[in-house]
Design a protein around this ligand. Structure first.
Ligand code: KG4
Ligand code: ZN
Length: 330
């Protein structure tokens, strides 16, 4: 079964073809123009999706040497995301459906992120816990089977990726700042006798499985401002390192709590922040035998994960009419 995946929910326009769960072609265009605005501008994003979506779909079809009549189904992200972006993807999918009578299913973007791990680990057993860490979401789900998700914890304010981006902007990095903060943090070399800089993260209820990152962001801002007030030089690498340590330990602490409380040992990381090398390394130390990670390229937004989720939905007869729902969770 060949499934065409379409992803346009935020600032990545992406198309992919999956044959029985294997990626046969995949192309993603990342909209760079938002960096000068410090975040994604929804109207600019939807226009850029409109300009690129047909180019990308054509490109993956040419790469895989297939025509429209070879496609068995279309999977399109229809929730959650920016309304204008979703509208472009869903309308494009409907256009193909009308012109070539190909069945279409809507896919929840978060289900796509979770499915990214199955592309390289198709036999991953259920149940498992999935920590989704992206620019818009920071949530822990218990996954009991394909399509069976129960939220165990979530951020009460900023998402982890959003915290990376906001702290990055404070430190002068362009949007999105996650990768830059990671790179800068790696260059940190403590000076002899230097105190370790530590930022604390708020602890919340729901049995230690929720998150809060807005206080951390404020703590970084106060630290930077106090140094500047005294005409000192901000050691950006030291700040990045301390900030990243705080985020990573908060994420892993909540995930450990979730493992203990749920009794489910297998854990999966998903979403753009799961590209972070320190998070991946520390997660391997904490869960040496029970951690499953998607490849870095499949952590950030992409259509391969949407096509894969679509393939499962077509296989299991679990398809649904695409409906744009910008704020729908799993
Ligand atoms: O999953 P994604 O591509 O889009 C959303 O669904 O939000 O995630 C994007 C987020 C951004 O906030 C970006 O700064 C963050 O993932 N990110 C990282 C890294 N690479 C991307 N955060 C920390 N370290 C990274 N290496
Ligand atoms: Zn995403």
């Amino acid at each position: 079964m060949i499934i065409l995946g379409i992803e346009t929910s935020c600032d990545e326009t992406s198309a992919a073809l999956v044959r029985d769960g294997d990626i046969i072609a995949h192309d993603t265009y990342t909209q760079q123009m938002h960096s000068s605005y410090g975040g994604v501008v929804p109207e600019i994003a939807s226009r850029a999706h409109l300009e690129k979506i047909d180019v990308l779909v054509r490109h993956v079809m040419n790469t895989a040497e297939i025509g429209c009549s070879d496609i068995d189904g279309i999977a399109v992200t229809d929730q959650p995301g920016l309304a204008g972006g979703l509208l472009v993807g869903v309308s494009f999918a409907w256009g193909l459906q009308r012109a070539y009578t190909i069945p279409v299913t809507g896919i929840n973007h978060l289900e796509g992120h979770i499915c990214a791990v199955n592309i390289d680990n198709p036999h991953l057993e259920y149940p498992f816990l999935a920590l989704i860490v992206s620019g818009g979401h920071t949530e822990i789900y218990r996954v009991d089977g394909f399509g069976e998700y129960r939220m165990l914890g979530a951020t009460v304010d900023d998402a982890a990726g959003e915290a990376f981006d906001k702290v990055g902007s404070l430190l002068g990095f362009p949007y999105p700042a996650g990768r830059e903060i990671e790179k800068c943090s790696r260059s940190y070399e403590p000076e002899k006798g230097e105190d370790t800089l530590r930022f604390s993260v708020s602890k919340l209820s729901r049995e230690g499985m929720d998150f809060s990152f807005s206080g951390l962001k404020t703590a970084v801002r106060y630290h930077v401002e106090s140094i500047k007030r005294e005409n000192g030089t901000v050691n950006t690498a030291r700040v990045c390192h301390a900030f990243q340590e705080a985020v990573v330990s908060s994420l892993l602490h909540a995930l450990q709590n979730a493992v203990v409380r749920s009794g489910v040992e297998r854990v999966v990381l998903a979403g753009g922040v799961a590209c972070n090398g320190t998070l991946r390394e520390k997660a391997r130390e904490v869960f040496p035998r029970s951690l499953f990670l998607p490849s870095r390229a499949l952590c950030t937004d992409n259509a391969a994960m949407i096509a894969y989720a679509g393939w499962k939905r077509f296989e299991y007869g679990m398809t649904r009419t695409p409906k744009m729902k910008p704020s729908q969770g799993l």
